[in-house]
Design a protein around this ligand. Structure first.
Ligand SMILES: Cc1cc2nc3c(=O)[nH]c(=O)nc-3n(C[C@H](O)[C@H](O)[C@H](O)COP(=O)(O)OP(=O)(O)OC[C@H]3O[C@@H](n4cnc5c(N)ncnc54)[C@H](O)[C@@H]3O)c2cc1C
Length: 455
């Protein structure tokens, strides 16, 4: 019995069905979960439109005369986002049905580690027995007590796709990954964006050099980045919004987007009654094979707070099934997770990062190769970004890396392969790359580490 049909739930269902289990997925909002319907897929689809806008803006540099400024029809872009998300949810439903997985549209709560109560959307109340339960209920946007979304001008990231037109002046509160991605996208689409960041710089959780590139890129496209500015309240005022900061300053805009983190969907689910332990923030406590404190109950994805990414949710869900159904299983390893921030340029990371190497005292060397020196980058009119590699001193094994570039999400895969398979810098640099190509910079960075790893 799987509660939640996002990547944590539906990927688990496919594995369980493959291993011969009788599987039921209960989901209240639609297969694909927030990942497909409101978060990951919609945001990246909107960002695709923003990227094209940015490319058009810069087309003059490549000798293209577009004769007039392009304009985004946000209603059309949003319609595309919603259609694409619905279609992907439909594809997942079809896969479930092909694999013999039963899907119930409704809300579930736990009665015990072996029993689930379901209120279906059709209004029926059922109690179902299970040999094994997977909780994969995800998370929802956090809001502030003094900043309550109204779905019109004060918005969470799940509500922006109902906007009929581009916000004139959008205040984005929060400069983590979600805030930065939306701020960059709306500025590129044509809004005037004010990014309210409580920290010294945007993207405080990312590589410092990478975050600096993004902050400079944001300023260059005309965004107003307010650092060390904490929002205390957001209220409607006539046809706009007023954001009050904790130091008394006031920022006015037409709309406000709140991007201040997520809350796990674990409240009032009968978890305590079933003996499932949650931490002080409400996340389900799991071990590396996704077991909770209740025998036979597993959990996966955002509701566990473990590296809140769709790829990690899916892996946790699969691991739960392999473990509970007695298949071969390796505990979850987070060292080789590739992650990407979909700003322009993108920031992709994998493996060890500088602060972790410093904290653990790992004997490592690093190189940071600016991308503008790469021949393909020059041809593509790329003026910012870099490839950074970390390698172990002595053995030369690649430990991690950062790529800041357009489509860094694709370029990081070579580094991820090196990290996952413990390749050395010499193995990476002796692999042919296409000339000219951005990936040539990854090989070149590895080549530059050849002598320093021996030091
Ligand atoms: C704006 C944004 C952009 C993102 N972009 C990316 C990205 O590019 N790449 C990436 O890897 N990650 C991204 N993420 C993170 C990613 O969306 C999550 O990590 C992922 O959705 C987690 O999957 P999940 O299965 O745990 O939960 P979800 O996808 O949230 O699915 C949980 C499902 O459970 C259902 N549910 C909840 N409670 C119950 C109940 N009691 N009964 C029945 N059903 C219930 C929910 O309705 C939902 O359908 C993004 C997040 C945000 C906020």
């Amino acid at each position: 019995m799987i509660v939640g049909g996002g990547p944590g739930g539906y990927e688990a269902a496919l594995v369980a069905a493959q291993l011969g289990a009788q599987v039921t997925v209960i989901d209240r909002d639609g297969l694909g979960g927030s990942a497909v319907l409101t978060d990951c897929v919609p945001s990246k689809t909107l960002i695709a439109t923003a990227e094209v806008m940015a490319t058009i803006e810069d087309a003059g540099n490549l000798g293209i005369d577009l004769n007039g400024s392009p304009r985004v029809d946000l209603a059309a872009a949003n319609a595309r986002v919603k259609a694409l998300a619905a279609a992907q949810s439909g594809d997942i439903a079809a896969r479930m049905s092909r694999n013999g997985v039963e899907v119930l549209a409704g809300s579930a709560t736990l009665r015990s580690p072996e029993r689930v109560a379901v209120s279906t959307v059709a209004g029926a109340e059922n109690e179902l027995d299970a040999d094994m339960i997977l909780i994969a209920t995800g998370a929802h946007p956090r809001v502030l007590p003094e900043a309550v979304p109204d779905g019109e001008r004060i918005l969470t990231w799940t509500q922006v796709y109902d906007l009929p037109a581009l916000p004139e002046r959008l205040i984005v509160v929060g400069s983590g990954v979600t805030g930065a991605e939306f701020a960059g996208a709306y500025q590129a689409l044509g809004s005037q964006v004010v990014l309210v960041s409580s920290r010294d710089r945007v993207l405080p959780g990312e590589d410092q050099d990478a975050a600096e590139v993004i902050e400079t890129a944001f300023t260059k496209i005309g965004m107003d980045v307010m650092s060390r500015s904490r929002a205390a309240s957001v209220h409607r005022s006539g046809d706009g919004v007023v954001v009050r900061l904790t130091d008394g300053r006031v920022v006015e805009g037409s709309h406000c987007l709140l991007a201040v983190g997520s809350i796990p969907n674990t409240h009032a689910m009968g978890l305590a009654e079933a003996g499932v332990q949650v931490d002080e923030r409400g996340f389900v406590v799991v071990d590396r094979v996704s077991r909770t404190s209740a025998r036979g109950v597993y959990a996966a994805g955002d509701c566990t707070g473990v590296n809140m990414l769709a790829s990690v949710a899916a892996m946790q869900g699969r691991i739960a099934m392999w473990h509970s159904l007695g298949d071969a299983v390796a505990p979850l390893g987070l060292r080789a997770v590739s992650a990407n921030v979909f700003t322009q340029p993108e920031i992709a990371t994998v493996g060890w990062q500088q602060h972790e190497l410093d904290a653990e005292g790992v004997r490592a060397v690093s190189v940071m190769l600016p991308l503008p020196g790469n021949p393909r980058a020059k041809m593509l009119d790329i003026h910012e970004g870099f490839v950074k590699l970390y390698a172990r001193r002595g053995s030369g094994t690649v430990l991690g890396g950062v790529v800041v570039s357009p489509r860094a999400s694709e370029l990081i895969h070579a580094v991820a392969l090196a990290v996952s398979h413990k390749l050395t810098v010499d193995q990476v640099s002796s692999t042919f790359t296409v000339y000219p190509s951005l990936s040539g910079s990854t090989a070149e960075a590895a080549r530059q580490l050849h002598t320093s790893v021996q030091g």
